[in-house]
Design a protein around this ligand. Structure first.
Ligand code: URA
Length: 751
C-alpha cells in the first residue's frame, strides 16, 4: 500500500483537496496527475497559476481498491483518521482558501453533502474553522458524463484564487433584510425606493397559479424587503393591499428607475394584471448569463454560484428569506456581470439590443396572433386522418401496433429487434428524432420514416393544431425566449398558462391560419441567403463574395461553375444540387448527410462537395480551419456584433461542426433582431406596429394598412445597414412581402 502525500509549497495560500489517488497517481507517487489531474492543471493555467503555485493533496492518501471509496475498510484505513491527518496537514500550511474538489473533500472539510448544490459557495471550514473553502465539481464526475460541468470547475477555481489573496470572510456580503414587515415598514421601504436609480424585483407565487405570495424588492445588493401578500389568506386589509399595489405599480413603472430582474418576462407575465408592463428594464441577469456563458444553466442558483459570494441558499426553503436573498443576489450578480460584460465590450449589446428586444418579444407574446379557427380545425382534422393512415401503414409493416411516442417501445424495436447501433444523448439511450435520422443511414427499414412522420404529425396535433392552445379571444399567445439557444437565435414555446406553442417549424403551407387583425397587414421580412453570405465573408473568399456582390442568383452561379454550364442554361435540378451543397458543406456535413437530406447519391454528394471546395478553397482553409484554431486557443468564437460562445463540449469533429454552424446562425439572428430593436422605435406610433413572429431569418410584423410602406421601408433600411465583417462591409438584402395572412403574401411594391 503506497502513500501518496500532498505536494506543493508548505506556505501555499491556495490548497486543492481531492478525494483519493487513482492508478496513475499511485504509480507516479503524486496526486492529481491522471485524467482528472490534467483538467486541474488546465484550470490552474487558465487562472494564471501553475501546479507549483498551489499545494495539492487528497483526503485519503491511499488508492482505494478498484478506486471505490466504499472499499477503503479493506485497506484497514479509517476515513475519520485520514480526515484528522488532513486537518494537521492543512493547519501546518495555513492557507487562505481551499478548493474542495468533489463530495469527499466537501464532506471532510465542511461537513456538508451535495457538491453540485454547494459548489461555488464560500464556506467556513468545520475541519479547520476560520479557513475559507470553495467546493467544486470533481473532474472525474464531469469526465464520466456531463463535460460542461468542467466549466464550473474553471469558475470555482477562479473564485478560489481570488479568495486565496487574503484571509477571512470579507467577501461574504453583509445584508439587511426586512422580513415580516408591518404596514408602516412596508411603506417606509417603498418610500425609500422612490429615489432609487435601480430596483431589483423578485416575486414568489403558488405554483401553476397566478397567485402572488410575496413581492421582494431591493435597491442595492445589501438591502431588500419581502412584502407578504397571500399566506393561505390575504396578509393585509383590502385598503392596505390596494395601497401596497398602488405604490409597487408606481415603482415598477417609474421611468426613472431601471429594473434589475432575473428572467424579466416571467415577472412581467405574473404581475401584468396588477401593475401593467414593468418598465424600464435596466438589466436581466438571465440575458447577461446568456451573453457570458450561453452553454451553462441560467437559473439564479447557477448564476449566483458564478457571480455572487452568497453561499447556496436555494434549497433552504424558508420562503421569506429565500425571496429577499433572490432580490439581493440578483442585484449583486448584475453588478459583477456588468463589469465582465464591460471587459468584453458587451454592455451596449446588452442594454441597447438584448434588453429592448426582450421587451419587444414580451409585447408580442401578450398581444398574440389572431388565428383563423376554421382553418385550424381543417388542418387538425386532416392531420388526424394522416396519423391514422400512417399508424395503419406502420402496423402493417410490423404486423403489430407500435406506440411511436413511447421511447421504451421504440427503443426496443430499434435496438433489440432491428439490432441497430444504440444511440445516446448525454450518456443516456435515446430514440429521439436526431437518433432515428442517424439510424436511417444504417437501415432503410420503412418503419423508421413512418415513425418520424407520425411523431411530427402527432406533435402538430398537440401543438399548433390544438384548439386548446388558443386563448378565448381566438389568439395564439406564444412565449418568445431570447436565451433559448446557444447560437443566439430565438426560440419559442408554450407560455406559463399552457397556451401557445413552438413556432419555429410550422410548415409553410399551413401558415394561412395565422391572420392579421382587421385593418392591419403582415409585413413578412426575410433575409436573403444570410448564413451563406456570412460564411463567404468569414472565409474572406473573393470568388464567393464576388458572386454575392454581383446580385445575381447565387445558386445558379455556383451550379454554373460546378457543372461547367452557362448560367442561363441551369435548370431547377442543377440549381437545387448546388444549393444543397452550399448549405451543408461549410458546416462540415459529410457526403452521406448531404446525400440523404437532398435525395442524391453519396458519390454525387462527394463530387459536389469537392467541387465546392475547389471553387471556394478559403471556406476550408480560412473558415473551417480558422474556427478550429480559435477553438484550440480558447474554445471561444465571437461574432461580428460581439456575441461570444465558449464551447465546453467534448473536443472533436462534432464540436467543430457545431461551431461552423453556430457562428453564421448567431450572426444572422443578431443581424435581423438588432435591426428590429432599432426599427421598433422608429415605427410611427400611429402604425401600431407589433412584431409578432420571429422564425429562422424572418420577422412577421403586424401594422395598420396605411403604414405598411413606411414600416417596411424602415425595417429594410435597418436590416440592410452594412456590417463590418472581417475587414469588409456586408449588407444583407431583405426580401419583404405583405399580406393578410402569413402564407399568402405579395412582394412588397409589386402590383
Ligand atoms: N482524483 C482525486 O480525487 N485525487 C487524485 O489525486 C486523483 C484523482
Amino acid at each position: 500500500m503506497k502513500k501518496i502525500g500532498g505536494v506543493g509549497p508548505i506556505n501555499a495560500k491556495l490548497v486543492l483537496v481531492g478525494e483519493a489517488p487513482g492508478a496513475e497517481e499511485e504509480s507516479a507517487g503524486l496526486p492529481f496527475i491522471g485524467p482528472s489531474g490534467k483538467f486541474i492543471t488546465e484550470c490552474l493555467r487558465d487562472n494564471g497559476l501553475q501546479r507549483s503555485d498551489v499545494y495539492i493533496t487528497n483526503v485519503l492518501k491511499y488508492r482505494p481498491p478498484d478506486n471505490k471509496m466504499d472499499r477503503i475498510a479493506e485497506l484497514g484505513i479509517d476515513l475519520v483518521q485520514q480526515t484528522l491527518e488532513l486537518r494537521d496537514e492543512l493547519a501546518a500550511i495555513k492557507p487562505n482558501c481551499i478548493l474542495a474538489i468533489g463530495n469527499t473533500a466537501l464532506e471532510a472539510l465542511c461537513g456538508k453533502h451535495g457538491v453540485k448544490k454547494w459548489r461555488g459557495s464560500l464556506l467556513n471550514s468545520t475541519l479547520l474553522p476560520g479557513t475559507k473553502v470553495i467546493p467544486t465539481i470533481h473532474p472525474a464526475a464531469a469526465l464520466r458524463g456531463e463535460i460542461k460541468l468542467l466549466a464550473f470547475l474553471r469558475a470555482d477555481m477562479h473564485k478560489a484564487r481570488l479568495e486565496s489573496a487574503f484571509p477571512g470572510f470579507e467577501s461574504l456580503p453583509q445584508r439587511t433584510f426586512v422580513i415580516n414587515p408591518s404596514f408602516i415598514e412596508v411603506i417606509q421601504a417603498l418610500d425609500r425606493f422612490e429615489s432609487a436609480s435601480v430596483l431589483s424585483l423578485d416575486i414568489e407565487s403558488i405554483r401553476d397559479t397566478d397567485i402572488v405570495t410575496e413581492i421582494g424588492l431591493g435597491d442595492c445588493p445589501t438591502f431588500a424587503i419581502t412584502i407578504p401578500i397571500f399566506k393561505g389568506k390575504p396578509c393585509w386589509s383590502i385598503d392596505e393591499e390596494k395601497e401596497i399595489w398602488r405604490r409597487v405599480k408606481g415603482l415598477l413603472t417609474n421611468p426613472k428607475i431601471g429594473k434589475v430582474i432575473q428572467n424579466v418576462n416571467f415577472e412581467r407575465n405574473m404581475l401584468f394584471q396588477w401593475v401593467g408592463e414593468i418598465y424600464p428594464i435596466f438589466t436581466d441577469t438571465m440575458i447577461g448569463q446568456h451573453l457570458l456563458y450561453c452553454e451553462l444553466k441560467k437559473d439564479l442558483g447557477t448564476i449566483a454560484s458564478l457571480y455572487s459570494m452568497e453561499p447556496h441558499w436555494k434549497s433552504d426553503r424558508d420562503a421569506d428569506e429565500y425571496n429577499v436573498k433572490d432580490v439581493s443576489v440578483t442585484q449583486e450578480c448584475a453588478e459583477v456581470m456588468e463589469e465582465e460584460l464591460k471587459e468584453l465590450g458587451l454592455t451596449g449589446f446588452l442594454h441597447g439590443y438584448q434588453v429592448p428586444l426582450s421587451t419587444i418579444l414580451w409585447r408580442a407574446s401578450i398581444k398574440g396572433i389572431r388565428i383563423d379557427l376554421e382553418k385550424q380545425k381543417k388542418y387538425h382534422d386532416d392531420t388526424e386522418k394522416l396519423c391514422q393512415g400512417l399508424q395503419l401503414a406502420l402496423n402493417q409493416f410490423l404486423g403489430r401496433e407500435l406506440n411511436v411516442n413511447s421511447p421504451k417501445e421504440v427503443q426496443k424495436f430499434l435496438y433489440l429487434e432491428l439490432k441497430l447501433p444504440v444511440q445516446r444523448k448525454a450518456g443516456k439511450v435515446t430514440s429521439d428524432e436526431k437518433a432515428i435520422e442517424k439510424l436511417r443511414k444504417k437501415s432503410d427499414h420503412p418503419a423508421l420514416e413512418l415513425i418520424i412522420k407520425l411523431r411530427e404529425a402527432r406533435k402538430a396535433l398537440s401543438t399548433v393544431f390544438d384548439p386548446e392552445r388558443i386563448d378565448e379571444d381566438g389568439r395564439l399567445r406564444t412565449e418568445w425566449v431570447i436565451t433559448g439557444t446557444e447560437t443566439g437565435r430565438l426560440s419559442s414555446r408554450k407560455n406559463i398558462r399552457d397556451r401557445g406553442c413552438n413556432m419555429q417549424n410550422i410548415p409553410k403551407d399551413v401558415r394561412d391560419m395565422f391572420i392579421a387583425d382587421e385593418g392591419y397587414s403582415f409585413i413578412v421580412a426575410d433575409m436573403s441567403q444570410v448564413e451563406a453570405r456570412f460564411v463567404a465573408w468569414f472565409a474572406d473568399d473573393p470568388i464567393y463574395k464576388g458572386m454575392f456582390k454581383s446580385g445575381k442568383d447565387i445558386h445558379k452561379q455556383v451550379a454554373a461553375w460546378i457543372f461547367k454550364m452557362d448560367v442561363d442554361a441551369i435548370t431547377k435540378v442543377e440549381r437545387q444540387k448546388a444549393k444543397a451543397t452550399a448549405h451543408g458543406t461549410p458546416y462540415g456535413m459529410g457526403p452521406g448527410n448531404v446525400a440523404q437530406l437532398y435525395g442524391i447519391s453519396v458519390n454525387e454528394a462527394e463530387w459536389l462537395q469537392n467541387q465546392f471546395f475547389q471553387m471556394f478553397p478559403k471556406v476550408k482553409t480560412h473558415y473551417q480551419v480558422g474556427i478550429q484554431d480559435k477553438l484550440r486557443s480558447g474554445r471561444t468564437l465571437t461574432n461580428p456584433f460581439g456575441r461570444r460562445r465558449i464551447f465546453f463540449d467534448w473536443w472533436g469533429e462534432d464540436l467543430f461542426r457545431e461551431a461552423y454552424a453556430s457562428l453564421p446562425q448567431g450572426s444572422a439572428a443578431d443581424t435581423i433582431n438588432m435591426a428590429m430593436a432599432r426599427a421598433y422605435y422608429r415605427f410611427p406610433k400611429e402604425a401600431d406596429a407589433t412584431p409578432l413572429i420571429q422564425v429562422h431569418d424572418e420577422w412577421v410584423i403586424q401594422v395598420k394598412d396605411a403604414y405598411v410602406d413606411e414600416c417596411a421601408r424602415i425595417f429594410k433600411e435597418e436590416v440592410e445597414k452594412p456590417i463590418f465583417v472581417n475587414g469588409d462591409w456586408l449588407s444583407i438584402p431583405l426580401d419583404v412581402a405583405v399580406g393578410k395572412d402569413w402564407k399568402n403574401t405579395k412582394g412588397w411594391g409589386e402590383k
